[in-house]
Design a protein around this ligand. Sequence first.
Ligand code: MD3
Ligand code: FE
Length: 216
Amino acid sequence: MTDLFAAIRDTQPPRENLGEGAVLLRDCVGTDEQALLADLRIIVKAAPFRHLVTPGGHTMSVAMTNCGRVGWVSDARGYRYDPVDPDSGKIWPSMPPSLRNLAARAASEGGYTDFAPDACLINRYKPGAKLSLHQDKDELDLGAPIVSVSLGLPATFLFGGLTRNAAQKRYRLTHGDVVVWGGPSRLAYHGVAPLPEGEHPVMGAQRINLTFRKTR
Ligand code: MD3
Ligand code: FE
């Protein structure tokens, strides 16, 4: 069978500006992929995916876990970065070099040298899961970019403006895509449309997104 995923990937430009300060690097994971996936499995064993509840009482359709010094959590008390995984009572798994180095290399290609994230939020989308429009502003250092890595099934990413009702652009993010979100784009509203059904040759029926953050 023709590798449709590879055929589509080969027609994409390697680098695309999505907005001021936001650059999409296609197929940026490269040869790190095996190590990255092996390390992800170890993290998920120690800190399994869970569906967080928003302060408003809604259970998120995206399942989440974290690695790094702190992890992003949501509950009835609000959103925060916490060194302790509330499900286990233990600290989050550390951020392995395979993840840290990929984030640093991507940030540097995006124009940010010495990116030192202390948190990596790991999102898992099964078909139907979505992420409503939001801003990421729980980080104290808004001068640092966020680096996102997409794995598995393609998703439609919604990229808005600095107000909730600004017009949105849509981008298809596929396996191996990395986006560096800095500058004015850092506080842009964004979200993910419901994930379509599908089967990815490496990741199966899911999409996993890593976001690397410098929280302090
Ligand atoms: C633009 N994740 O975890 S990644 C999130 O695909 C999040 O799971 C989405 O939004 C996902 O907060 C989108 C792309 C992304 C991440 C952070 C951003 C885009 C961003 C922060 C500011 C602007
Ligand atoms: Fe976000």
